[in-house]
Design a protein around this ligand. Structure first.
Ligand code: ATP
Ligand code: MG
Length: 93
């Protein structure tokens, strides 16, 4: 449906290990067609959120929805996610 959020995090927890809880029960929505900025100190979990949306990693708990569907049921190549890395390289031509 056109009016449902393109991304929805529902009570998402991500731990990299028992003592590394990066996201603790996080919920938010992103509307289709809008621009968002993830802002926070180094290590707060910005890249972790993007990696979860891209499907590179899975939540420890909670659910992520892409366009209303559980993202687990949406193949990575249908998630319309692209990445520009913060590290870059220049090549001579
Ligand atoms: N693969 C991993 N294994 C264990 N811990 C990790 C892993 N990836 C990230 N972390 C830890 O999770 C936390 C969040 O990392 P993340 O990369 O999401 O932060 P960030 O907000 O993107 O930081 P930055 O602004 O430096 O890019 C950090 O404490 C980091 O050390
Ligand atoms: Mg980062």
């Amino acid at each position: 449906m056109a009016n449902q959020p393109i991304i929805r995090f529902e009570n998402v927890t991500k731990k990299y290990s028992d003592d590394t809880t990066v996201l603790d029960n996080v919920s938010f929505e992103m509307e289709r067609g809008k621009f968002y900025t993830l802002l926070g100190p180094s290590g707060c979990g910005k890249t972790t959120i993007l990696r979860l949306i891209a499907g590179f990693i899975e939540p420890t708990d909670g659910t992520i929805y892409f366009n209303g569907k559980n993202i687990n049921n949406v193949p990575a190549n249908e998630r319309q996610v692209n990445t520009v890395f913060q590290d870059y390289a220049l090549f001579p031509i």
